[in-house]
Design a protein around this ligand. Structure first.
Ligand code: HEM
Ligand code: HEM
Length: 240
């Protein structure tokens, strides 16, 4: 179980060096998640791009499901129990951040973890309300709720990216590069031993296959009709 003691500890016998922290599935998940969210957001308004919007939205939903599973069975720093902390730890970390000297974390820092849980939760809610809107499931005014939640998620993404940049500066480590290479500073005893590249490859194949399937199932000459429902019984949307 992890605590603040997971921060980098300078033991002469185990000094901080560049070690493998993020496995390949976490990195592939991250950039697919960010790209799919950005793509879904950018295609949201136009009826012409509806199928792309829906495809990327479902991709976000699938990625959340994958990440929840990987948070249980993934490598050390990918597991939720290694980085999700209680409010007291988050408060302590934020106070240290305000003083300009947050402790270095080998995995996610406690404040970043809050944003991560928030992003995954919002992504799931945005996907469900998007699906309800698309399928014409009324009752709850899902259209407005969907847009509201998507905008709340965008706001949290801005906070997340700002937090990553601030954290990189205060912790004197480029966290963005680490999300590509998987390597961060830390004692060797905290390194993961395998990047689980085959899981990342499976994830890429699954997402690629889903996109290809959506592409070939799209009705010719139309990007608006769904591939997931042959009936085409969806309500029309105004294009503005
Ligand atoms: C250019 C934009 C982005 C950059 C530079 C970036 C960078 C990062 C970095 C460096 C981390 C690791 C933080 C740490 O060290 O604790 C991270 C984690 C994360 N980011 Fe981003 N991010 C970006 C966009 C996004 C977007 C758009 C989303 C959501 C839609 C997102 C969701 C997440 C999630 C869920 C994690 C946790 C990863 C995991 O443990 O699986 N990020 N991001
Ligand atoms: C991360 C994923 C998603 C994001 C960020 C997102 C974002 C948005 C936003 C901001 C709008 C409002 C556009 C506007 O009218 O200004 C919208 C509309 C819409 N979204 Fe999504 N969405 C996502 C996922 C989904 C999914 C999974 C579906 C369907 C399965 C979906 C279906 C729709 C539909 C049908 C509309 C049009 C609602 C209307 O008639 O105005 N979205 N989306």
């Amino acid at each position: 179980m992890s605590t603040m003691s997971e921060s980098r500890v300078e033991h002469p016998s185990d000094p901080a060096r560049r070690i493998l922290v993020w496995d390949a599935p976490v990195r592939v998940f991250h950039w697919l998640f960010a790209l799919s969210f950005a793509g879904a957001y950018l295609t949201a308004e136009s009826e012409r791009w509806r199928l792309v919007h829906v495809t990327l939205g479902y991709t976000v939903a699938g990625l959340v499901a994958f990440r929840l599973l990987w948070g249980l069975v993934g490598t050390r720093h990918a597991r939720f129990r290694s980085f999700v902390r209680g409010p007291a730890a988050v408060r302590r970390y934020l106070q240290a951040m305000l003083r300009g000297s947050p402790p270095h974390s080998t995995g996610h820092n406690p404040a970043g973890a809050v944003a991560i849980v928030g992003l995954l939760t919002l992504a799931a809610l945005v996907s469900v309300t998007g699906w309800a809107t698309y399928e014409g499931i009324r009752g709850l005014s899902s259209e407005d709720l969907h847009e509201l939640l998507a905008n709340a998620m965008l706001a949290l993404v801005v906070v997340h990216v700002a937090g990553v940049l601030l954290g990189s500066w205060l912790e004197r480590e480029n966290l963005v590069t680490a999300m590509f290479t998987g390597r961060k500073l830390g004692p060797l005893s905290r390194a993961i031993t395998s990047s689980r590249a085959w899981v990342a490859a499976l994830l890429l194949v699954a997402v690629g296959a889903f996109w290809a399937w959506q592409w070939q199932a799209a009705p010719p000459g139309s990007t608006a009709a769904p591939a997931s429902n042959g009936s085409g019984e969806h309500r029309d949307h105004d294009d503005d």
